[in-house]
Design a protein around this ligand. Structure first.
Ligand code: HAM
Length: 369
């Protein structure tokens, strides 16, 4: 029988990799949520024109990298290669310009580009994407860049380099690369003073790099990219910028916008074995048969207290259970036997709890130690 395999460059993410991806998305949810960005979802495929007009006919993405197909009624559809065009399509279609502006949204999900697969480059990959549509206030540019930096720091991606540039507006943009470069050098000092001042006062380091080229046509004014030296050839962790003409290009009212996207697979590659925020995992070992029901209830209580808790469900010996707790990366194991013990998995130190009520306090002491 033919051996079935996933298509080239797509992902099978098994645990614990899938866990780490969710952790990264949870960090983004927390950081962006506290800045007023709300989750928003768009379809995995769109009318091909959304990307042809949005991302730009002449870009590599549209010319070479899209998975485009016809549906049964002969309509041309495309698996989304990026999020911004679809979000702007939805902004127009749902009259979101009538909402208080700016509309701040974020999204995490799968994207598709027909590229040659290699380390850090896939045909199906995951982006976290944040957009602020409906205002050209430069504090939004600065806010978004700082939020991206915070997410990367909390995800443990290590040192990175922020490159920043300004493209001017389409009316003034030169047609040819050389001319464009000369033009950008001349404009270097014009990159919004406000953005730069806000980044300076936040202590954010950046380089002005007029050679920065982004692979999408919709950018105007601010563009930026964050690179990690841990990534090799595919060095870009994420990037973005202003797209003040995109909503109009897609048929909406003139509306400014700014945003970025970051690749989750590249974040995890850069973070390596040192994920930013170790999950607070606990294991409950069952050291005598009639403790299983108590363990089951204790797991529920400790989960309610905010921990990630697993209990023994495969009939292992106590030794096997402690090994399993270690494999899971539990910081402590509660051992339910003739007595109730809380074992610090790092030091091996064990303390007895007088009753079930005392377990939570002892567990918290281990996290603080
Ligand atoms: P982009 O630079 O094309 O921007 O993609 C953003 C990030 O997605 C990249 O820096 C990279 O981490 C990840 N990425 C892109 N292609 C691949 C791939 N084939 N395999 C793995 N990771 C990949 C955009 O997509 C814009 N929509 C960003 C934006 C939002 N601009 C304004 N708003």
């Amino acid at each position: 029988m033919k051996k079935l395999q996933a298509p080239r460059g797509t992902l099978d993410v098994l645990p614990p990799g899938a866990r780490r991806r969710l952790d990264v998305v949870a960090i983004a949810d927390d950081v962006l949520g506290r800045a007023g960005y709300e989750p928003m979802e768009t379809p995995v495929f769109e009318d091909t024109e959304v990307f042809a007009r949005g991302v730009g006919e002449s870009t590599d993405i549209v010319q070479k990298e899209m998975f485009t197909f016809e549906d049964k009624a002969g309509r041309s559809l495309t698996l989304r290669p990026e999020a911004t065009a679809g979000i702007c399509r939805a902004y127009i279609e749902h009259g979101m310009h009538k909402l208080p502006q700016p509309v701040k949204v974020w999204y995490a999900g799968p994207f598709f580009r027909h590229e040659a697969p290699q380390a850090g480059r896939f045909r199906q990959f995951t982006q976290i994407d944040a957009e602020a549509i409906g205002s050209d206030d430069p504090t939004l540019d600065a806010e978004l860049i700082l939020l991206l930096a915070e997410i990367l720091e909390r995800a443990g991606t290590g040192p990175s380099r922020l490159r920043l540039s300004s493209l001017g507006t389409p009316e003034t943009r030169a047609d040819y690369l050389e001319e464009l470069k000369r033009f950008l050098r001349a404009r270097e000092g014009e990159l919004s003073e406000d953005v730069r001042a806000l980044l300076d006062s936040a202590g954010m380091e950046y380089e002005i790099d007029p050679t920065l080229v982004r692979g999408l046509d919709y950018y105007t004014r601010t563009v930026f990219e964050v690179e990690s030296e841990r990534l090799g050839a595919q060095a870009a962790l994420g990037g973005g910028g202003r797209y003040d003409g995109l909503v109009e290009e897609l048929g909406g009212p003139p509306t400014p916008g700014v945003g970025w996207a970051v690749g989750v697979e590249r974040m995890l590659l850069a973070a390596g074995d040192s994920p930013g925020e170790p999950a607070e995992r606990l294991f409950i070992a069952i050291a005598k048969p009639d403790a299983a029901r108590i363990g089951f209830q204790l797991a529920r209580d400790l989960r309610e207290a905010g921990f990630r808790v697993e209990t023994e469900q495969a009939g292992r010996s106590l030794k096997g259970q402690l090994k399993q707790a270690d494999r899971l990366g539990a910081f402590a194991t509660v051992i339910l036997g003739d007595s109730i013990e809380v074992k610090d998995m790092q030091t091996g130190h064990q303390r007895e709890a007088g009753s079930l009520d005392q377990v939570l306090g002892l567990v918290r002491e281990v996290t603080r130690a």
